[in-house]
Design a binder for this molecule. Structure first.
Ligand code: 5FU
Length: 266
């Protein structure tokens, strides 16, 4: 279990996106990421503006927006500056290197131009990292590999997860860590692969489509993860209930930070 502080880790990290995330966490005393999964750009930007002060990171699924225009990205970037948060596009790339490089750099969304962090399934093997890093590394971006998933019956377990960890270890200039449910023990002092964990909720244990939730305490203290990713737990009641969203964001920020303090004092 890591007892090093986020601030200490920020100083030592070699990847600029990882450093930015660790510094932001330490500065804002927040290991909370909010996943803003709504279809309207107006609702999306309104939620980001409300949760912004409480989060280290905003996670997007930009292809959910039904009225996407490049202006959404300019507005998101302005909010990222206003509230001091990192942007993570949860794109889950999963194709050959040449294709993912095009999907990352081009198309309507031009993800590499605005997302500090994105992620990929390790299923194609190391070539997916080669493809994405050809675009992202010169821009100072970071990649997370999906080593595990939060869903019931996930196939990302055992030897598959171990292979994902090996792929990350072999590419630590660009791969900054994992989407996973637990910390992966480092092989040496220099290794610092972050773990960002979705499937976090304080009030319910799951949804009707296989999602499974654990509490911030289970995730950060017991499983040693670095960032809790919360979606519907924060805005799920009604994306327009601003006061409730603010209160929930604060509640999750406090819960995540208390679990971290308990961990580093252990
Ligand atoms: F890789 C994963 C995973 O294993 N579980 C997830 O839930 C990603 N996610 C994302 O986190 C998912 O696509 C949602 O964007 C978010 C969780 O949202 P929720 O509303 O908190 O369930």
């Amino acid at each position: 279990m890591s007892t090093k502080s986020y601030a200490e880790r920020a100083k030592a990290h070699k990847n600029s996106a990882a450093r930015l995330l660790l510094e932001t966490i330490a500065r804002k005393e927040s290991n909370l990421a909010v996943s803003v999964d709504v279809a309207s750009s107006v609702d999306f930007l309104a939620i980001v503006d409300v949760v912004g002060p409480f989060v280290c990171l905003v996670k997007t699924h930009i292809d959910i927006l039904e009225d996407f225009t490049p202006q959404v990205i300019s507005d998101l970037q302005a909010l990222s500056k206003k509230h001091d948060f990192v942007i993570f596009e949860d794109r889950k790339f999963a194709d050959i290197g040449n294709t993912v490089a095009l999907q990352y750099s081009s198309g309507v969304h031009k993800i590499a131009s605005w997302a500090h962090i994105t992620n990929a399934h390790p299923v194609p093997g190391p070539s997916i990292i080669a493809g994405l890093s050809s675009v992202g590394l010169p821009l100072g971006r970071g990649l997370l590999l999906l080593a595990e998933m939060s869903t019931k019956g996930s196939l990302a377990t055992g030897a598959y997860t171990d292979a994902a960890v090996q792929m990350a270890r072999a590419n630590q200039d660009f791969v900054i860590g994992f989407i996973a449910q637990r910390r992966m023990e480092p092989v040496n002092e220099d290794e610092d692969l972050l773990v960002l964990t979705p499937g976090v909720g304080l009030d319910v244990k799951g949804d009707a489509m296989g999602q499974q939730y654990r509490t911030p305490r289970e995730v950060v203290l017991e499983s040693g993860c670095d960032v809790i990713i919360v979606g519907r737990g924060i805005y799920g009641k009604d994306p327009k209930l601003v006061e409730d969203i603010r209160a929930q964001a604060k509640r999750y920020q406090d819960a995540g930070w208390a679990a971290y303090l308990e961990r580093i004092q252990a």
